[in-house]
Design a protein around this ligand. Structure first.
Ligand SMILES: [Zn+2]
Length: 233
């Protein structure tokens, strides 16, 4: 499990506070919510609130157990790694789309700026104000977008790298999962073969026994039907 990526996913879903859960929770075993709260050093209700928030996106899952003495349910939680990775991937893809839109907008449209107030206007708004800042009366100047574009493109590259890392991690997880399935299938196949062999052996033994019950039954039934036929006549 790549903890850094899972932390990013949790933060995306429920804020920075949720990140701490990644160091506490496991992705295989469930952990009791009271223990989680204790480790987070927060009241159990606060821990629950964060857990519910993340679980809305499926990044954690839970099982519940009824407390026999108190009669209420306590929940235990674990990390859903695959779903967390997919969630993060979706979030990053959305952000990349936004950046691409901004790049397109900066490349095709003109923006104006008041260099005194550092306020920006798009072309329509600049025209509306006759290219004069409505705050200070300063004449607006055409904005040089090159620096901003460079920044956008750099951000985009960063996200691209992150996306590749996530894809790599997802691929690794899928490989582990399919390996598990293959092992399971092989075990089941072996069990089935064993079962068949046992059934064959049983049949063979049954065939060896000279007078088994089955043929007797058949003759009985045969006799019965014969006699009933006779009676009918
Ligand atoms: Zn101004």
């Amino acid at each position: 499990m790549d903890k850094k990526l899972i932390k990013d996913a949790f933060t995306e879903a429920a804020g920075k506070q949720a990140e701490l859960l990644v160091d506490i929770l496991d992705d295989k075993k469930y952990m009791n919510e009271f223990l989680i709260a204790k480790k987070l050093d927060v009241p159990v209700n606060q821990a629950r609130n964060i857990l519910y928030k993340i679980s809305e996106h499926g990044l954690v899952s839970s099982t519940r157990k009824k407390d026999k003495k108190k009669g209420w349910f306590t929940y235990s939680w674990k990390i859903e790694e695959m779903r967390s990775l997919e969630f993060l991937k979706e979030a990053i893809s959305r952000r990349m789309d936004q950046i691409r839109n901004q790049i397109r907008s900066r490349e095709t449209r003109e923006f104006y700026v008041c260099e005194r107030c550092h306020v920006e206007f798009n072309e329509e708004n600049a025209l509306l104000h006759d290219f004069v800042c409505p705050e200070c009366g300063n004449v607006l100047t055409l904005k040089d977008n090159s620096k901003l574009l460079k920044e956008f493109k750099k951000n985009l590259e960063g996200f691209e790298i992150m996306l590749n890392t996530i894809d790599g991690e997802i691929g690794r997880e899928q490989a582990i999962e399919s390996k598990k399935i293959k092992i399971k299938e092989a075990v089941m196949k072996r069990a089935k073969l064993k079962e068949k062999a046992a059934a064959r052996e049983k049949a063979r033994k049954a065939a060896k026994k000279p007078a088994s019950k089955k043929p007797k039954k058949q003759t009985k039934a045969h006799k019965k039907s014969n006699s009933s036929k006779k009676r009918k006549k």
